[in-house]
Design a protein around this ligand. Structure first.
Ligand code: SF4
Length: 443
């Protein structure tokens, strides 16, 4: 295993404590409120913004089992008729959006089926859902349609149906190849299902296949991680995503830890960074390129990630489904997270929005800056042109601290994170937050 250079640690202590680590948006979710929902409605009723890319996210909140580290809104106890009820509500929600003035006539540039487990849907349920959505909106012109899959839910004919609905980027939630680790962490699949699903997906000819791994699952060791990286590399995916295991409050593991008084049984942050760094180096040695703190891609046109890059550059995105997040015309909003409430609101033709926040121009600038910093590189010229702000002056203290800690280098407009900086990027981002958002709860 390779050693990381000695660098100041950004967190107060190395252990993986219970709490959020990953920074997905700005301002923090904890300051979004119900009082601001009218701002979201107003944005949706405003004039169309035809030059801003638009995306659609569909949340499919079903899983076969709840992973012990999962913190998403998912259901493991719903039967086929519940799934039908949900898909009907989701189609109704999308229909309601299609009629809002700001969305009328706009095409989706990207579509993302996430979860949960979108591949939990049967072939019939999936095709029926798409048929209903297509009565109001089509995504023929989308540059990318991503579909997340759990390997154990796939059969060849289901993958064929997924391809048929226009999916261009299939994302396989592998997480690990060691069956003991998969079981210990409550994953529903085993390693043979990964290889079978991957072979089918390749035969069917998806333009891009991504596989996800997690560094730091319960039971992880240097040897097992090296084996996982070797197996992932042998599959030669078009892209590989690796997350460092975090432990938010609402997971089975964090609840167990609170009850027992024992720490959560996962590796500390320096170890997880070392594992990710090892994977990065192994993949780079075979020609892959690190495209963000979490992603490696084969250098080809098939490895673009339109969803991520669009969001990180301020695109509009309508998030549909229970508890989904949206960003539209500068307003953040999130749907209700209760099953009944979500279904009832969609059926009545109302948008199921629960909380929102209209971001200021300065907050939108920070949002793009911190999200783009996750790619390991910022172009000050981009921000000058889009926001008329000199970011190296506006955030001089934050950039100086990154350089002093050996997390970044700056040459003219070109700001780059060092490898050590990239591996710790999330805890570095609050340095750019407005002061009232720095020490508050994030979610
Ligand atoms: S498959 Fe994903 S969404 Fe489902 S329980 Fe596991 S981590 Fe959560």
């Amino acid at each position: 295993m390779l050693e990381l250079p000695q660098i100041t640690a950004p967190e107060k202590k190395p252990e993986t404590d219970i709490g959020s680590y990953f920074v997905a948006n700005y301002p923090p979710f904890s300051v979004w409120t119900r009082d601001h929902v009218p701002a979201a409605i107003e944005a949706l009723d405003g004039p169309p913004r035809p030059n801003v890319p638009l995306g659609l996210y569909l949340h499919i909140p079903f899983c076969r089992k709840r992973c012990k580290f999962c913190y998403f809104r998912v259901y493991t106890d719903k039967n086929a008729s519940d799934v039908d009820v949900y898909c009907d509500a989701l189609a109704r929600e999308i229909e309601t959006y299609s009629k809002r003035p700001a969305l009328a006539g706009r095409q989706f540039e990207f579509v993302y089926f996430g979860g949960g487990t979108p591949s939990f849907l049967s072939e019939k349920q999936l095709l029926r859902l798409i048929e209903r959505i297509n009565q109001h909106w089509r995504w023929d012109a989308a540059r990318e349609v991503t579909f997340e899959c759990e390997p154990g839910t796939l059969k060849k004919h289901k993958l064929e149906a997924i391809k048929e609905i226009g999916v261009t980027r299939l994302s396989l939630g592998v997480e690990h190849f060691d069956d003991e680790i998969l079981e210990h962490n409550g994953r529903a699949h085993h390693s043979p299902e990964i290889f079978q699903a991957y072979d089918w997906a390749r035969e069917i000819g998806f333009p891009q296949i991504n596989i996800d791994l997690i560094a730091g699952m319960v039971g992880e060791t240097d040897e097992k991680w090296e084996m996982a990286v070797a197996k992932a590399l042998a599959m030669q995916p078009d892209s590989l995503t690796i997350y460092q295991m975090e432990m938010p409050h609402n997971t089975v593991l964090s609840r167990d830890s609170k009850t027992s008084g024992e720490p959560v049984p996962i590796a500390d942050w320096p170890t997880k960074r070392r594992w990710v760094d090892y994977a990065f180096q192994q993949f780079e040695a075979q020609g892959y390129i690190v495209s963000s703190a979490y992603t490696l891609v084969k250098p080809s046109q098939r490895s673009a990630f339109v969803y991520r890059d669009s969001l990180w550059h301020g695109a509009d995105m309508i998030g549909t489904g229970v508890a989904s997040f949206s960003h539209f015309a500068g307003v953040h909003f999130q749907n209700v997270d209760g099953w009944e409430e979500y279904i009832d609101l969609c059926r009545s033709g109302e948008l199921p929005i629960n909380r929102a926040l209209p971001a200021t121009a300065h907050q939108l600038l920070i949002r793009e800056l911190i999200l783009q910093l996750k790619t390991g590189r910022l172009d000050a010229g981009y921000f000058r042109k889009k926001f008329q702000v000199e970011i190296l002056d506006e955030f001089a203290d934050a950039f100086r601290s990154l350089v002093n800690d050996n997390y970044a280098t700056i040459a003219g407009d070109d700001i780059r994170l060092t490898r050590a900086g990239l591996l710790v990027v999330d805890p570095l981002l609050p340095r750019f937050f407005e002061s009232e958002h720095r020490d508050i709860r994030y979610t």
